[in-house]
Design a binder for this molecule. Sequence first.
Ligand SMILES: CC(C)(COP(=O)(O)OP(=O)(O)OC[C@H]1O[C@@H](n2cnc3c(N)ncnc32)[C@H](O)[C@@H]1OP(=O)(O)O)[C@@H](O)C(=O)NCCC(=O)NCCS
Length: 174
Amino acid sequence: MDEKSLIATFDCGLADITAFLHDDALAYQSEKMANTYLFEDGNKNVLAFFSISNDCLNDLGEEKGFNNNIWNRLHRALRLSNPKRIRQYPAIKIGRLGVHKDLQGSGIAYQLMDFIKGWLILDHKPACRLLILDAINQPKQLKYYDRNGFRFLLKSDESAKTRIMYYDLDNLNA
Ligand SMILES: CC(C)(COP(=O)(O)OP(=O)(O)OC[C@H]1O[C@@H](n2cnc3c(N)ncnc32)[C@H](O)[C@@H]1OP(=O)(O)O)[C@@H](O)C(=O)NCCC(=O)NCCS
């Protein structure tokens, strides 16, 4: 089965995210903008997917409110000693993620996130401290990321459509 037919039946219930997998994921991959990985069952059904790219959390976000308070809060959360308190943290961004709508609530979403975290720690060669994403600002998505250890970076995006969240990959060494 080719890649296009493999992903064609996937539906996570959110049109934008499903459409990304159907229409854009392969092009993003060939342009080296984002790599997409699939969770499949033995019958080649796609159960879940995620797309990731390299990123960096840095001061370029100043206009979004990345002021001293935000950095101080982040430094405390990361428990970094003073000399290591820079304003540029290597990160991986989860651009899109979805679980098939028939499997939501089954626990597979937690397995998916555990897999992403473990795999980045084991297989990602350049150093990477944070997993970051723009979470849809809805109870289901926020609760899912909170339960998976993600924290809000900002307070100023409380009413925005999406909220920046981060996970400290150093938690996996604790
Ligand atoms: C977000 C997503 C991956 C979560 O997977 P899921 O299988 O639905 O996750 P769960 O059903 O285990 O729900 C996660 C938590 O949210 C809670 N939840 C589910 N629906 C909820 C709702 N409507 N309101 C509030 N909380 C909700 C669950 O109770 C669960 O909390 P728990 O751990 O205390 O039980 C999945 O819903 C999905 O693919 N959604 C469409 C695409 C999407 O939103 N991607 C993320 C973009 S940021």
